[in-house]
Write a protein that binds this ligand. Structure first.
Ligand SMILES: *Cc1c(COP(=O)(O)O)cnc(C)c1O
Length: 413
């Protein structure tokens, strides 16, 4: 059976519901949807315990985590993972350096300030990212215990250089924490090789799951910091309370602290398997998955360029592949988003407070990267909506430009 028909057979068939192309939640694969859509299993049922443990083991591979690293999977959203990183690593009065590339750095600042942490910031204009030299100077000018950066800022589509930032932090004895919520499983991240200390995400973005899980790996230095911190934190946020739960599950047995999101746990094993079993042009697993997103990112950017639309990231070199932040052309305003939605494709409005009314966002991560037909449908909806708003573009040409990139065998470096 053709894959498109497969997809249409799912609950809420394509003909009845719009395509969800926001930067999370995203369309999930049929296998993930099947795993998730079952009567809620008990957390002690052997297949749930196994899925929990196997998911944690698979996270080690997806994160490229090394010796001494500890994966965690906790019911909650990405913001829970942010809170947990802040309270486990830092005491009130500690200092932190924040690399600010947009909206989610502002959220991290709030989270840190809530903990009583003194936050220093290196900021760049929307669409740009601070140079490593600026971050280095800022690190030397403060007594930060940890550096926080957003791998992909979902408000601007800007990708930072986690390898460079982690190396800088390590050279100064500073912990490095990366918000991978719009990146993990889709953009390159070598936790162990780069010496990053914490990398966290949420289920509803590039992991390819429904919302509801915070997933993160803490390296050995971060685990040590969580043990030596002086100030207690709320019980549910405490890594050390969750640690034995993670350890027993990974060892194959059940233990209870707070009820896991069992449907999601079962689906997580499937989603992580899909990442690790991906194949593309001789690449395998995470490498294939990353290349698939790189190709999709280039394809979508080719379509926007063909339509004469600019993107928010100032340079191709730091453009995320998980979403496009596309500027409205002259004479077009935010009403475009509604016209795209009317054409059956849900996209998101701008989010960066300095320029939210000047661009819109299209998520292209996870399952849709395996479905050129859905990408075509998205590009067509944008092109048609522009036309309906009095800004005619060559939609057919834009689709062709994208498909040419998708078919291209060039591997991004
Ligand atoms: C979505 C997102 C978050 C917040 O995650 P929630 O699940 O909404 O709490 C944090 N950081 C980034 C980069 C995100 O994209």
């Amino acid at each position: 059976m053709p894959r498109s028909q497969d997809f249409n057979r799912l609950p809420g068939a394509m003909s009845e519901r719009p395509l969800l192309m926001i930067p999370g939640p995203i369309e999930v694969s049929p296998a993930v949807l099947r795993a998730f859509s079952r009567p809620p299993p008990g957390h002690g049922q052997p297949f749930v315990v196994k899925a929990f443990g196997d998911s944690l083991s698979r996270m080690r591979e997806v994160w490229r985590a090394g010796e001494g690293a500890q994966p965690f999977m906790v019911a909650g959203s990405g913001t829970l993972a942010m809170d947990m990183a802040a309270v486990n690593l830092l005491d009130p009065g500690d200092e932190a350096l924040l690399v600010d590339t947009g909206y989610f750095a502002d959220r991290m600042r709030l989270v840190l300030e809530h903990r009583g942490v003194k936050v220093h910031t290196v900021v760049s204009p929307p669409g740009e990212r601070p140079e490593l030299e600026e971050v280095e100077a800022a690190l030397d000018a403060c007594a930060a215990k940890a550096l926080f950066a957003t791998h992909v800022d979902t408000s601007t589509g800007v990708l930072v250089d986690p390898a460079g930032l982690a190396a800088l932090a390590r050279s100064r004895g500073v912990l490095s924490v990366f918000d991978g919520v719009c990146a993990t499983g889709a953009e390159s991240f070598e936790m162990s090789e780069w010496g990053a200390d914490v990398y966290f995400t949420a289920s509803q973005k590039a992991m390819g799951l429904p919302p509801g899980l915070a997933l993160f790996v803490a390296g050995a230095r971060a685990m040590e910091a969580s043990r030596t911190r002086r100030t207690p934190c709320p019980l549910y946020l405490d890594w050390n309370v969750w640690l034995p739960i993670m350890e027993t599950h990974e060892a194959g047995s059940m233990s209870y602290f707070a009820t896991p999101a069992t449907n999601l746990v079962v689906a997580a094993e499937v989603a992580l398997d899909e990442i690790l079993s991906d194949r593309l042009d001789g690449l395998e697993g995470v490498d294939a998955r990353i290349e698939r997103h790189a190709r999709t990112g280039r394809a979508m950017r080719a379509a926007w360029a063909h339509m004469g639309l600019g993107v928010v990231p100032a340079s191709d070199a730091h453009c995320a592949n998980t979403l496009s932040a596309v500027r409205y052309p002259a004479g077009v305003d935010a009403s475009l988003v509604g016209r795209i939605v009317e054409r059956g494709v849900i996209v998101a409005a701008g989010l960066h407070p300095a320029m939210a009314d000047r661009y819109f966002r299209v998520g292209h991560m996870g399952y849709v990267t395996t479905r050129p037909d859905l990408l075509r449908r998205t590009i067509r909806a944008v092109g048609d909506a522009l036309g309906a708003g009095g800004c005619a573009v060559d939609t057919v040409g834009a689709v062709d430009a994208a498909m040419k990139e998708l078919g291209s065998r060039a591997v991004a470096v």
